[in-house]
Ligand binder design. Structure first.
Ligand code: MD6
Ligand code: FE
Length: 224
């Protein structure tokens, strides 16, 4: 099977360093690109630091009143937020009462190329949620359903400390599979997997040379 509709197997779509990344199916609609961003991880993290200066990480509150253990910020036209009123995308950072920082080109470029490698043509993310996990922070099972067009995939980049991704089915009670994610791995998630329940365990103990004890995750969405 070719990666891109209309392309012959073996056709190359990215620089040689990306072609070297291992590609594996998690299930129909979900693909992991192993170490896809690793050569450029320091540049991606520098871009994240630039976003953080304008829109610091914060612990948001769920509609049920619980403080999330994962610290979050956003860049792009809109950002994902939660508070007592609910989950939604909005154009302004509620802490700063101003627009979210623009999505750095280096982030957008990797998201678009990863989507293409996974077989999704014409993907143009307008939002990037940046998650920071420090033990014991974790994300419990959920579906991503605040985006308008469920035909658009999500691209998820893992940096720093490894963590186990929990990947279930379309109902909360489906027993999730456990997928270890390493620094530089990218998961592209769409099509028949788009509404799968998923979560993330706390990152491994220890420290990564680029992020210390943290795991940083970037999830790109076409939200609007
Ligand atoms: C994380 N990711 O990996 C959290 N959602 O830290 C997500 O919740 C997620 O990775 C949808 C698609 C891919 C993801
Ligand atoms: Fe999610």
């Amino acid at each position: 099977m070719s990666r891109i509709k209309g392309a012959a197997a073996g056709d190359l779509f990215g620089p040689a360093s990306e072609a070297a990344a291992g590609i594996a199916a998690i299930c129909r609609g979900a693909t992991v690109l192993r170490r896809f961003v690793e050569p450029d991880a320091a540049a991606l993290l520098a871009a994240v630091a630039g976003v953080e200066r304008l829109a610091p990480f914060r612990h948001m509150v769920t509609p049920g009143g619980f403080r999330m253990s994962v610290a979050m910020t956003n860049c792009g036209e809109v950002g994902w937020v939660t508070d007592r009123q609910g989950y939604r995308y909005q154009a302004t950072d509620p802490e700063a009462a101003q627009a979210w920082p623009a999505m750095p080109d280096i982030l957008r470029g990797f998201a678009e190329r990863a989507a293409l490698w996974a077989g999704f043509e014409g993907y143009t993310p307008d939002s990037c949620l940046i998650n920071r996990y420090e033990r014991p922070a974790r994300l419990s099972l959920h579906q991503d359903r605040n985006e308008r067009d469920m035909r658009q995939p999500i691209v998820s980049v893992s940096l720093g400390q490894p963590a186990v991704f929990l990947f279930g089915g379309e109902t909360r009670s489906d027993r999730p599979r456990r997928i270890p994610l390493q620094h530089g791995d990218v998961v592209v998630w769409g099509g028949p997997a788009r509404l799968a329940f998923h979560g993330v365990d706390a990152p491994a103990a220890g420290a990564h040379p680029l992020t210390g004890a943290s795991r940083i995750n970037l999830t790109f969405r076409k939200a609007l």
